[in-house]
Design a protein around this ligand. Sequence first.
Ligand SMILES: [Ca+2]
Ligand SMILES: [Ca+2]
Ligand SMILES: [Ca+2]
Length: 309
Amino acid sequence: MGTKLCVAFFLVFNICECRQYRYDYKFVTEVDGWIKLHQVPATWDEARLRCQLEGAILCSPNTINLVEVMKLTMKNTRAEISGVFTGTHAKFSKGDFHSVDGVPLDKMPVQWMPMEPDNEKNNESCIVMVRNGTIADINCDEVFPYICYRKRSEKVILTECGTVDTGYLLNSKTGSCYKFHLDKRNWTRAFMTCAAEGGHLAIINSKKEADLLKNLCEMQAPGSIQFNTIFMGFHDWGERGVWTTIHGQTLQEAGYDVFETGQPDSAFPGEYCGSMFTSSTLNDVWCDKSFSFICEKTVESLLDFNDYD
Ligand SMILES: [Ca+2]
Ligand SMILES: [Ca+2]
Ligand SMILES: [Ca+2]
């Protein structure tokens, strides 16, 4: 109860304050927005997508303040040695470098490194920035750390689910929030999407929750047939035939293990990822096939109770 009161208070407080976005983003006055350094190097596509899923954009040195903040953000991390991917690219048209929010490179207050740009092997359509603020063109499939940025806007209001993402709806029966993704992704991408949104692929903890997810499917995808597949948060973790949730419990421990009749059947060449039919019974499915999925998050998953400044 204490936590719930605290969350309620926090959300009200936050609507007035508008400084809190999510615990992993820091508000930076100089750029009037939130910044997050991703230290794990990723390809440019991966970096762009992750920032987007977090509700931000892959940061570019659009202004002098952004350049300075990017340099500061890299300081004392490995990114200071490697540099970071910026959101500036020419993937759509060779040489036409723009930030992901549409600013042409020529308007950015940055200089090329010596000998750059060289478009090596005619295959360099992404831009990295190093600690002194100079840039180079680079192959987009290389991996670098990167910075996500979200500019403050009037619209930043946390919902009752503790996120700006209005796709999450609170269910009073389970106390969890759920978002139905009609867009189809493979299991790994679905996992990443939920994680970036501050949640996780849905884990069914009771018959009540199974019924609720079934209703959610009916609401979100009306007319969907009973045996449509929705990815869920369980996996065989390489232990063939042993099903464990992404939070490490057996399905029984989690509270719901009702497979559809004849399932799991590990259809050729092997089904190692978890799903449910829209009728709410479970099924093992191919991990690399793309299906719709449901993310689940707790109200407080993105909140930072230590940061009231
Ligand atoms: Ca180059
Ligand atoms: Ca659950
Ligand atoms: Ca199956």
